[in-house]
Design a protein around this ligand. Structure first.
Ligand code: SME
Length: 152
């Protein structure tokens, strides 16, 4: 399924009435993982109130023990501090990386802003090396901007 069709499916989920935000996030994770071949694990981490740590709120894929990630640690923790998109072609070449599964070869993390504040992120792992390109990055920035609207 192309990103244009996926975008309208994301909007459908976010506009669904009478379901909680975290259920919507889970449905978005399922949609993305089911419809994009190179997305093998899809999850959303959010800042834990005033603590400098991220908490896993919704995901689809292999369960991970890394449900809490301190700021600065791993790809996710670095994005929490840098506020910048981070696409990793080869996770094996990263020093500051938290391995969730030996099957993961590449990863992309995109911060989620509400009122210009970095409150969380979408994290996607792939079993394919160098899986993510500019089209993925643009699409995921768009997904987060739409999610931001329901959270603000
Ligand atoms: N690899 C991430 C940790 C989260 S897992 O990918 C689910 C990182 O280095 O921050």
């Amino acid at each position: 399924m192309g990103f244009d069709i996926l975008k309208s499916r994301v909007i459908d989920i976010l506009e669904t009435q009478n379901i909680k935000h975290n259920e919507k996030l889970k449905l978005v994770c399922e949609l993305l993982r089911n419809e994009v071949n190179h997305y093998d694990w899809v999850g959303f981490y959010f800042k834990n109130n005033d603590k400098e740590e991220l908490v896993l709120e919704a995901f689809v894929g292999e369960p991970t023990e890394h449900t809490v990630i301190p700021f600065g640690k791993g790809i996710c923790g670095q994005v929490a501090v840098s506020n910048k998109n981070f696409s990793v072609d080869d996770v094996g070449a990263q020093d500051n990386y938290i391995a969730c599964s030996i099957n993961v070869k590449s990863e992309i993390v995109i911060p989620l802003f509400v009122n210009a504040e970095n409150i969380g992120q979408i994290d996607i792992d792939s079993h394919t090396i160098k899986a993510f390109n500019q089209a993925d990055e643009d699409f995921l920035v768009w997904v987060n901007s739409e999610i931001s609207k329901i959270l603000s």
